[in-house]
Design a protein around this ligand. Sequence first.
Ligand SMILES: C[S@@+](CC[C@H](N)C(=O)[O-])C[C@H]1O[C@@H](n2cnc3c(N)ncnc32)[C@H](O)[C@@H]1O
Length: 269
Amino acid sequence: MGEKHRENIMKNIKLGAFELDNIYCGDALELMKKIPDESIDLIVTDPPFAIEFKARRNNYNRTQSRVLEGYNEIPKEKYYEFTKLWMKEGYRILKDTGSMYVFSGWTNLKDILNAIDEVGFITINHIIWKYQFGVFTKRRYVTSHYHIIFVVKDEKRYKFNKIEHYPEDVWIINREYWTGKIKTPTKLPLELVKKILLYSSDKGDIVFDPFIGSGTVAVAAKMLGRHYLGFEIVESYYKLAKERVSKVQMGLDLFNEIDGETYEEDDNA
Ligand SMILES: C[S@@+](CC[C@H](N)C(=O)[O-])C[C@H]1O[C@@H](n2cnc3c(N)ncnc32)[C@H](O)[C@@H]1O
């Protein structure tokens, strides 16, 4: 079957209140309630932080004017409650065979790990993502890693496609540069998200990200022939995500072409 044909057939499939293979603008805490029980195969998400994150700060040596404003941060004192709320919904909507990968910096890790236990998830791995650079520091080490917590509902039934002989839990994957483009401040590399999808889902599975930002999880899912659903509260990010996904042809792996200038040097570095 031609990819275009398959893309058309896969349009308009419903998942509760939502159309599958779509991204919605709104508050994940509200929207997740409208997803049916045990309907999702894989959740991959990089939730908002509870740090003084300034979206337009000139981090990663980027030209500030090209970083979209409006990053929706959660106050530190509310972070645990917020995390528990969305994770409970995550547990409810995940199939028994499903998995969830949650990204976290070290500053909020305690809240993420406690919520995982409280909600009832079983932790399978604690992956370290090592990236190539961090924000310059004077009196502390430069943070150049992120945590990815891999959890499941049923440790006897979860999916795991062992695509490498020796799959280690430290992943060295570079962040992407988006030279001269409008961008969100916290985009994950496609290579990283694709690795997760290949290990923990099959073609035709439903992949969900409640905090989709620039749409990376949807882009990876579409490239790899998975269904996707995503939510984003900031309208400008939502629009960017929709635009990115619309450029991907279903099931066609355009890894280095989709964003055109991916991996080029930053003009400000
Ligand atoms: C760390 S970013 C995700 C980045 C994304 N993985 C990417 O590659 O672009 C978290 C996102 O969650 C969004 N967000 C924060 N609170 C939200 C909420 N209650 N509902 C939906 N999205 C929310 C933020 O605006 C931000 O874009």
